[in-house]
Write a protein that binds this ligand. Sequence first.
Ligand SMILES: [Zn+2]
Ligand SMILES: [Zn+2]
Length: 238
Amino acid sequence: MRDPGVSCQLEFFAAADLEPSSPATKPGPASPGRLSFPVIHERINTGPDRGKTASKSKPQSTSDALREQTLTTRAVMLLVGLGLEAIAPRVTVRWNRRMRTAAGRAYYEAFRIELNPGLLTLPGVDGNAEVDRTLRHELAHLIAHHRAGGRRIEPHGDEWRRACADLGIPGEARCHTLPFQSRRLTKKLIYGCPACGSEIHRVRRFRVAVACYDCCRRENGGRYDDRFRLKLRRAPQA
Ligand SMILES: [Zn+2]
Ligand SMILES: [Zn+2]
C-alpha cells in the first residue's frame, strides 16, 4: 500500500499490509465533496514532505463520537448566544481524518464544520485550545455566509472578521500557519534501504517491518522481502 505523504522518490510498504487479513474497506467519513460544495479550505503552510500520513481511516471510536457531540453542542450554544437560534440546530461538527493540510473546513450548504484531528496532537500546542479556536474560525464562516443572505462575500473579509469578533476571537488570522508546520521540523528519522541506498525521512518510527518498494518489486515480484527491510540510519537528536 502506498503512503502518499512520505516521499516522492521512494515507495515502500509494510509487511502487515500484505497479510490477507488487512481490511479492504475503509469506513472513513464520506467524501464531503459529493455531499455539498466545499467552500472553505483552510491552508496550512506545510512542505511537500509533511510527516507521517500512513494512518489509515479507522472506524470512528466512541470517544470521537462523544467529542463530536460536545463540539456540536458548543457550536449550537455559540450560535444561540449570538441570537441565531433559527440556524443553530442545523450546525454539526465532525472530525475528518483525511485532512492533511487544513485545520478545518466549513460547508455552507450542509452547515457543517470539519476539523482535523491532528489539531489534538500537535507538539508543543494546547490541542483543546487549538480545536476551540479552529471551531470558532469555521463557525465564523458559516455565520458570515448566513448574515450575507446570499450576497457574495470574501471568505475572510469584513463579514467574517466581524463574526470572529462576535465569537470572541477578534483579530483571528485567516490561516493557521504555525501548528502543522512544526510537525515538518520534527522529522528527524532517516531510514535507508540496505540494497539500493534510498532514504526516507520520518517523524515517527515504523511500528511494522517496512521494505523498499523498488527493490521488492525488482527482486521479489513486488512482495515484501526482508532483505530490503528499511534500516534506521539516524535517530532523533536529543
Ligand atoms: Zn477561514
Ligand atoms: Zn531499495
